[in-house]
Design a binder for this molecule. Sequence first.
Ligand code: ADP
Length: 517
Amino acid sequence: MSKRYILSLDQGTTSSRAVLFDSLTGQIAGMKSIPLRQIYPQPGWVEHDASEIYSDQLEAMCGAIEEASIDPGQIACIGITNQRETVVVWDKATGKPIYNAIVWQCRRTSNICDDLKMSGLVAVIKKKTGLVIDAYFSGTKIKWILDNVEGAREKALKGELLAGTVDSWLVWNLSGGRTHVTDYSNASRTMLYNIIDLKWDKDLLNELGVPESMLPAVVPSSGVCAVTRYSTDKSKTDNELTYDERVIKNILDTEIPISGMAGDQHAALFGQACFNPGDAKNTYGTGCFILMNTGKSPVESKNNLLTTIAWGIDNQVEYALEGSVFNAGASIQWLRDELGIIESAQQSDIEAEKVEDTGGVYVVPAFTGLGAPYWDMYARGIIIGLTRGTNRRHIIRATLEAIAYQSRDVLEAMRRDSKIELNELKVDGGASVSEFLMQFQSDILNIPVLRPVIRETTALGAAYLAGLGVGIWNSKDAIAGSWNLDKVFQPSDNKKHFDALYLKWKKAVERSMKWDI
Ligand code: ADP
């Protein structure tokens, strides 16, 4: 029998990529990534062209298949993972979006959120959805489209429009307009889904004026939820299709099952095989995204962390706590692009290792305020502890260390909320290549830090979910067995020293707070 592959479609904020995994070895056999055009119509507004998202994703898919030189018939299943919260509203009959996708970063619905807060809904929304009221989440974005696109609300009420996050948009298109679904993890980011009752919440739908008929059916994150089919453009006969269209038709008409779906951070948690309560991962990218599996019951946070559905499998959902660090890799970019004291991100490591310590210097990169557990939007960045002997290497090292300190801040908040002790931390993302940062992270947390071989954990997680859905793996244990370790960073035997450093970090953070009032 010929080899079989799992196709992961990883639709991110800045790129659409496709990754083919060998179903036996888990190795990457082909990959293609297409940068996504960002649209900024006004300050604070961010959009994507939803049609472009789909066509880029198809192009990436074709590229990965070409690189792996395989036949579409060898693709056992498709897993989808996506930028979360971003919404698309489209016409059910034509399949055309009625407005650009409104991206999670977009702040245009801040005033709608203020109104919700004024109506006293903070506690209710937190209880039902696990979220804090914020323009990030999808609900207010759908309301905005219905309020601002001419005729949209009437069409929506007549059942002529559909709305969904990017996973839904992709499945709808990949299934030739036959299937309108989302998975539990994506639903839990909409601020419309009750994560306890596992239903679209009628009160919240009413509050935002979103008809339930627009919304997708919520399905498990693993299991066949749709089958691909080329969406025929009625104005063209098969002979009139371009070469590329014929290639795509050939692939989609193979009727490949779509059997895995999860939001990107949830897929990464799954890709890191964090299957037990207390298992946590940290993705070190522009910011850090930290998720901890809390098992079958949701943990309500007292530190303004988010409670979210990690995934739902076989109608059993598992929950996670989520916290983020706004500026992680971004602060390394700042050293490079604004301060000009390094030439590349990699150089930060080399320079940091050339000094024994920071010489007492702390950098608090609160460029856009501080998130969990401080929640101070008026905090601003500081460099503190300077002496006549301070040089650029101390500052570089302190900036790298700040990423680890901020991650400990979030993980400590998670420990306080969940009462679960963390035994180890799994890591991925662009900055996880930094040996210095990973070792320091392990030291500052006093636990082992585990870095996997495959750093494409988001795509891998979607592949695991899809593979589990069609029986390539028959259990999560089997998946955990195929997760491969690249390197483990063990904490140095000097807890006292690192706790003292961390204590001083808290003091530095205090100095940065309430600055820009
Ligand atoms: P994103 O997905 O958020 O764009 P990536 O996962 O691609 O981010 O990671 C890129 C980030 O990682 C950049 O902000 C960069 O500064 C940081 N980075 C990359 N390599 C290193 C390194 N060796 N040391 C520290 N930071 C790094």
